[in-house]
Design a protein around this ligand. Structure first.
Ligand code: PRP
Length: 177
């Protein structure tokens, strides 16, 4: 019989807001006098990206791509699917990639390669949550919110089976088999 997954609080909204402000301050300082294009990786990044960009005080543009590799599974399929690619030219532009969570690192690594083939002036990566112990490839994170343990996470844009993205806090999810 399937039992309900159990949620436990990991970070509350207030703590997330403090961290987002810290990242926004660092990023705004580093990009002063430039106009970066923030590229969010959908769907997971949209909540973090909305918070981050509103806390920044430099001039910026916003774009999104939609990549998918988990579908309804709890583990990566290992294959990153481009559901919706970049629609804007990035040649000679400063690009800031915004991602909610890095687990195996395959999604972000795939996207950094995808971007670099299009010859931007610079590429940096901002990540809210990093499961450092789970990386299968090297991931160069420039701005990091939290390092987290190897637990399944939901909330703040992150889903399980498309649910829980709307939760304002971040939770770990336990599955009782
Ligand atoms: C999730 C998450 C990251 C990626 C991280 O996306 O939003 O993009 O997985 O995992 P990785 O480091 O192992 O590649 P998912 O494929 O579930 O799509 P979603 O953002 O639409 O939920």
């Amino acid at each position: 019989m399937n039992s309900q997954p159990k949620l436990e609080i990991l970070f509350r909204r207030g703590e997330i807001e403090t961290t987002v402000k810290r990242l926004a301050t660092e990023i705004s300082r580093d990009y002063r006098g430039k106009q970066p294009i923030m590229v969010g990786i959908l769907k997971g990044s949209f909540v973090f990206m909305a918070d981050l960009m509103r806390a920044m005080d430099c001039s910026l543009e916003v774009e999104f791509v939609r990549l998918s590799s988990y579908g309804k599974r709890r583990e990566t399929s290992g294959r990153v699917r481009v559901v919706h690619g970049l629609r804007c030219p990035v040649k000679d532009k400063d690009i800031l990639v915004v991602e909610d969570i890095v687990d195996s690192g395959l999604t972000v690594s795939f996207f950094l390669d995808y971007l670099r083939r299009r010859n931007p002036a610079s590429v940096k990566l901002c990540v809210l949550l990093d499961k450092q112990a789970c990386h299968k490839v090297e991931v160069p994170i420039d701005y990091l919110g939290f390092t987290i343990p190897d637990r399944f996470i939901v909330g703040c844009g992150i889903d399980f089976g498309e649910k829980y993205r709307n939760l304002p806090d971040l939770y770990t999810m336990e599955f009782e088999e």
